[in-house]
Design a protein around this ligand. Structure first.
Ligand code: ADP
Length: 364
């Protein structure tokens, strides 16, 4: 187990920075997810942690040991990749045992560790099979087993379940989280899938374009995104954004749009802190922070026209056309309203957000 400290770390490929001044501290025993779209620098960060890529600038410490110049084999980390990289001609037992054989561990220790890892992963009945006789999920467990037997300080998982089908992915999410809890080993888990990060991690580092956007618990990232980029990336269906005029001042500030004028709550007006002078801002509201009805509930409601209804299992997603955009509302399948009809939306103002129209930072 180890506390992992990434301090002012940069990665350059030629003149191009792929990771820019990254600062993250992963507490000992925690499950940390690095989340971001393709190309944001997640794998470069992992590879620097594993020692597969040179650190261009900055320092990485495991506890109080600076590991910048340590060879991969001396870092005591175990990696699991999306491609499991199993030896096709070796049995499951020998695939899992491989790192211990490389270390010249004795046979009794190998047998003990492989058997207990296989039991933990519920693949102990498959030990004599070869990889081609396994399903995708089973192969991934073998790759994880191979990481576990090393009893490393740190697990690095790089999109380990991205290629599995949706049902198996959902199952493996729970399995990996449970496993990390049981072992108590610090885990850094890279993914582009916000649902994976939200459901598994103790802390999430959201990256975009080589830069850390936000560090926080899943609830902080989801409920209090620091900018419009994080707000738009995290959450499915995605947050709705509408550009509004900011009118009024002091405690009496309204967001004004062609379809509505809604007052901010007094503490929210204060958080805007004079930005009203800027003229416009971006309102952000998640589909489940809107109520929809066919009758007008009050003056601050938003009038629109139903564009389409989509039934998503237990929820109904209604897409509503406004003067210059469409927004999506999550409601129940009992909602009665058809495309083309006028509807009214009410914003839950405890759950909405206002972002700067320029740099996108969140006022609240
Ligand atoms: P992610 O894992 O988030 O998809 P990467 O860390 O793989 O992102 O890549 C970050 C950026 O660095 C991308 O623009 C990518 O094209 C670039 N990059 C990654 N590896 C190399 C490399 N070996 N040489 C040059 N550029 C690279």
């Amino acid at each position: 187990m180890a506390t992992v400290t990434i301090k002012n770390v940069w990665k350059y490929y030629g003149d191009t920075p792929a990771v820019k001044d990254l600062n993250i501290t992963c507490p000992d025993g925690s499950f940390v997810s690095i989340l971001g779209p393709s190309g944001c620098g997640k794998s470069s960060t992992m590879r620097m942690l594993a020692g597969l890529e040179h650190i261009s600038a900055g320092d990485i410490h495991f506890d109080d040991v600076r590991i910048n110049d340590l060879a991969p084999k001396d870092r005591d980390v175990a990696m699991v990749f999306e491609n499991y990289a199993l030896y096709p001609h070796k049995t499951v037992f020998e695939n899992i045992a491989n790192p211990l054989r490389l270390r010249k561990a004795d046979d009794t220790q190998i047998k003990d560790r492989v058997t207990s890892a296989a039991k933990l992963l519920e693949i102990d009945h498959l030990l004599e099979r070869r990889p081609h006789e396994l399903s995708g999920g089973q192969k991934q467990r073998v790759a994880i087993g191979r990481a576990i037997v090393r009893e490393p300080k740190l697990f690095l998982f790089d999109e380990p379940i991205a290629h599995l089908d949706a049902k198996l992915r959902a199952h493996m999410r729970g399995e990996i989280k449970h496993l990390q809890r049981q072992l108590g080993t610090t885990m850094i888990y890279v993914t582009h899938d916000q649902l994976e990060a939200l459901s598994m991690a103790d802390y999430i580092a959201v990256m975009h374009d080589g830069e850390l956007q936000q560090w926080g618990t899943p609830s902080e990232i989801f409920n209090h995104p620091v900018n419009a980029w994080v707000a738009g990336f995290v959450g499915e269906p995605a947050m709705n954004f509408l550009t509004c005029d900011v009118v009024g001042e002091g405690d009496g500030v309204n967001l004004k749009h062609k379809n509505f004028e809604i007052p901010l709550l007094p503490h929210q007006a204060r958080q805007l802190n004079g930005a009203a002078a800027l003229g416009t801002a971006r309102m952000g509201v998640r589909p489940d922070a809107l109520d929809i009805s066919m009758t007008k509930p009050d003056e601050a409601s938003i009038e629109g026209e139903i564009f389409v209804n989509e039934l998503l299992g237990g929820d109904l997603l209604v897409e509503v056309e406004l003067a210059d955009s469409r927004i999506r509302v999550k409601t129940t399948p009992e909602f009665v309203g058809n495309p083309g009809e006028t509807c009214h939306l009410t914003v839950n103002r405890d759950k909405w957000h206002v972002f700067d129209a320029g740099d996108g930072h969140a006022y609240f």
